[in-house]
Design a binder for this molecule. Structure first.
Ligand code: GLO
Ligand code: MG
Length: 345
């Protein structure tokens, strides 16, 4: 397989201002224009969007107005040479999504979530992308007894069916995360996401997006999740970042907590030819809260740099030596070979 050339992407929310549940922002708010210019300055190729990143305040606008504003942004992006990688309905802010979107116990709220998702598909069509990302933030429980797990799976499949029927060209990429904001999510891993695909009217159009931190929060190795998804040809997007164990979702720079885990993600991306069907490498990373405004882009710049360097590490990995150790079942020295390779001379 020829060495792939990667294309990079990030979202407007990844230029965040430092707020956390315990304190306010630590950097001044920036405009969308600044974020777009920064993404370009970083040499990235694409931007990923929530529906209301594209049309702020879309809940209070007519569909015609929403699509008109989306068209205006699309024109601007074309002018800047930036691609819209995907659109994601933001189903976790609005009052109707308090108890979940598609799995809410209130039928009117479930319908509102489906309607908003269909509108996101219309926005995606205007933006020139066929990818709808579903991060199922509140599709889970805070209290086990509050919902039926079986019924929730049926509701999720039904919601996907409605979306698939709405546009024959749309692909759904489910982004699993095991917890946060809910206690337990209904689709915590890639296996769950791809199994749900089989319950829908067109399983070929339901795939997934892997986020490194989410896999780690599920107690899994992100490289295994990548291999699993790519065995089905269903890894349609990727949120690289890092996570230091089982705690709040940290969205650290790629490789920041565990360089070897990052290396193994890059190695399997290389082995599977990720990107050869146009998929992007996205960084869903946030600046540390302590970051000064003048260092605002470092988390993205550094994630990209670490990725590029790990691509080189993957391409120069002593495969023959490793294979000989594998044949000899000398995993002790294989372990050290990996460490020596990562440490360099
Ligand atoms: C949060 C998710 C979030 C999504 C984004 C796109 O944990 O990673 O950042 O990726 O909202 O839907
Ligand atoms: Mg993400």
């Amino acid at each position: 397989m020829s060495a792939p050339k990667y294309r990079f992407c990030t979202g407007p929310w990844n230029f965040s201002e430092g707020q956390d549940p315990y304190g306010p922002t630590t950097r001044p708010a920036q405009t969308f224009d600044w974020k777009l210019a920064s993404l370009k300055a970083l040499g990235f190729d694409a931007m990923m969007f929530h529906d209301d990143d594209i049309v702020p305040g879309l809940e209070d606008k007519s569909s015609a107005q929403v699509l008109k504003e989306a068209g205006e942004l699309k024109k601007r992006l074309d002018g800047e040479g930036i691609i819209a990688e995907m659109v994601a309905p933001r189903l976790w802010f609005h009052p109707t999504t308090i108890d979940g979107g598609y799995t809410s116990n209130d039928p009117a709220h479930r319908q509102a979530a489906i309607d908003r998702s269909k509108q996101s598909i219309d926005i995606a069509a205007v933006m020139g992308t066929d990818l709808l990302v579903l991060w199922l933030a509140r599709e889970g429980t805070y209290l086990r007894e509050s919902k039926s797990g079986r019924r929730s799976v049926e509701l999720l499949a039904h919601a996907c069916d409605e979306m698939l029927a709405h546009h024959s060209g749309i692909r759904l990429a489910i982004e699993p995360k095991p917890n946060e904001p809910t206690d337990h999510a209904y689709l915590p891993t890639i296996g769950h996401a791809l199994a749900l695909a089989q319950l829908t009217r067109d399983p070929r159009r339901v795939g997934c997006l892997i986020e490194s931190a989410h896999a780690i929060l599920a107690g899994l190795d992100p490289a295994d999740e990548i291999d699993f998804a790519m065995s089905f040809g269903k890894l349609w997007s990727l949120h690289l970042n890092d996570q230091n164990g089982l705690k709040f979702d940290q969205d650290k720079p790629f490789g920041s907590a565990n360089l070897r885990v990052a290396f193994n993600q890059v190695r399997v991306l290389e082995r599977n030819g990720y990107g050869s069907n146009g998929e992007f490498v996205c960084f869903d990373v946030h600046p540390f809260r302590t970051t000064k405004p003048e260092h605002w882009l470092k988390h993205l710049e550094n994630s990209r740099r670490t990725f590029d360097r790990l691509v080189q590490k993957a391409r120069t990995f002593p495969e023959a030596e490793a294979n000989a150790l594998i044949v000899d079942r000398n995993y002790q020295d294989l372990d050290q070979l990996v460490l020596e390779h990562l440490m360099g001379k």
